[in-house]
Design a protein around this ligand. Structure first.
Ligand SMILES: [Mg+2]
Length: 180
């Protein structure tokens, strides 16, 4: 039981943790030969209920573009939400991705013509974004959720995350400070 828990917890442990997408260091990505980003949408780029990108997100996207880093939004949300948000930005996107399942991740790297080692996965949820990315061997980056008023399943996931994070800290698996 204990070891099974620990194995599961390791699978949901992000490679890196930042407060927001804006804290991701482009030079560090370059040093790692990163050429592409797979990012979650809701509560990662903007609040889950915000229909359009903020000026900050637009600036972030153009910084990535200048750095030659491609971006694909991979979201478990529906077509209407993801299309409306992403289409004006001129970036690739996949809706109804069913993360943590691997299909959408694999489609994203195929479409961007990059390898897993050249790609980071960014998201605010351990059991969808981070688990899905880790299972395929991506470098995964956890962000603090932009907004905390969520639907039922997200709230449920958050509770599970808190338990997992508590375990990780207790086992000394993580050293960054508590964000919850
Ligand atoms: Mg999210």
């Amino acid at each position: 039981m204990f070891w099974r828990c620990l194995r599961l917890i390791k699978k949901v442990m992000p490679s890196q943790f930042v407060e927001t997408i804006h804290d991701i260091d482009i030079e560090e990505l370059r040093a790692k030969n990163i050429r592409a980003i797979i990012t979650d949408l809701d509560n990662t780029l903007v609040e889950w209920h915000r229909p359009q990108a903020t000026p900050e997100v637009l600036a972030w996207l153009s910084r990535m573009r200048e750095a030659g880093i491609q971006v694909t939004v991979v979201s478990n949300n529906n077509q209407e939400r993801v299309l409306r948000f992403c289409e004006p930005l001129g970036i690739r996107f996949i809706w109804a991705a069913r993360k943590p399942l691997n299909r959408a991740f694999l489609r994203a790297i195929r479409e961007m013509d990059v390898r897993i080692e050249e790609t980071v996965v960014i998201g605010d949820q351990l059991f969808t974004d981070i688990l899905g990315g880790n299972l395929l061997g991506f470098h995964t980056i956890l962000v603090v959720p932009v907004a905390s008023t969520d639907g039922f399943w997200t709230r449920f996931n958050r509770r599970m995350e808190r338990i997992a994070l508590y375990w990780m800290r207790r086992k000394g698996l993580i050293t960054w400070k508590n964000h919850s």
